[in-house]
Design a protein around this ligand. Sequence first.
Ligand SMILES: *Cc1c(COP(=O)(O)O)cnc(C)c1O
Length: 397
Amino acid sequence: MGHELGPLGEHPTQTLIHLDRLTHNVRLIEQLVGGRPLWPAIKANAYGHGADIVAHHLTALGHRTLCVAYLQEALALQQAGVKATFIVLSATLPEQAGAIVAADCEPVVCTADMAAALSAEAERQDKLIAIHVKVDTGMGRIGITPGEVGQFLDYCRNLPGLHVHGLMSHFARADEADKAHAEMQLACFLGVAGGAKNDGKPCLHMANSAAIFDLPASHLDAVRPGIALYGLAPSADIINQRVRDLLPVLEWRSKVTFLKEVPAGAGISYGHSFVTARPSLIATVPIGYGDGLHRSLSNRCTFLIHGRRCPQVGRITMDQSMVDVTALRGQAEIGDDVIIIGRQGGQEVTADELASTLGTINYEIVTAIASRVPRRAVGDDARRRRKQVDLSRSVNC
Ligand SMILES: *Cc1c(COP(=O)(O)O)cnc(C)c1O
């Protein structure tokens, strides 16, 4: 066993990004949507998985339209040599229009001022800018109201240099067992989209991961999967059992850097929130809340060492945490592999387990992994990738 550190003496705490599992999840989603284009969400550093690694792999698989949240996320990936069209999902400000047009990004637009600013910049830079008009059908975040769609599309179509590539919406409750609200949102979207079809039919897109699994009628012209790509379920309430076929892409690991025998009654870490009840063997692992391991997990999580669940003890500090390895006496050594998220032996710690301890969702656990933690791509299936066709060019979009 043992993962090799990189040649430059890399920090032992790393995330391994299993590209073969990413490919597996992409294939599963492709099957579910019957070959419609996938426009993967790789915002927030690909949900903590490393946006450059994930974007390069997705484009190699033929998916060349990628969704980010910030314009700067797109610019960084362009710099890193990713050849793709970037949809910027969050609302942007008119003052960003020049940079958006210069970068050939496709912004999501929901105000007349933004549409006008993009048009003016497109004219100034002698370009055509493609936009996606967002309708709020019940998410309550951004978007024009359903009643405004016809007028807004007319307004955009009359602006020079602007092309309405997409009409889109977003689900608020597609991950719940009761799909009533999601179905209402879909019906609302289809109602207004029907009227938009007359001239220059825009591409209709709405489905997130939950809707990809549970609401096939929402697949429309393209889908925007996020969490499922990374092998995590959108919630525990997904009905479609194929959600069980997803494979977690991220593994979070480290190594034991220090080991000590302490007597009963020894206080461990800041505040002595843990005091040994018996003579104990305590290991130190160089991972802390500065790496994105939430401090509120202190004394409430387990690390895997030698295939065994070992309780984390004492406060998680910024850079280091302690773990009780008394059960591994005679076995544990400095340099031993430690799994924070992943499998070892017959045991597994999942992002879902950490999320449920913290009362949050798996999305937040992986997205919180700090940028200082190196992401290493493993399991590259480069030979298979080269045979893939470009799916993003199929259908209408
Ligand atoms: C993040 C996001 C998605 C992807 O959502 P998942 O639940 O991760 O599949 C899709 N569309 C929009 C607008 C988003 O912000």
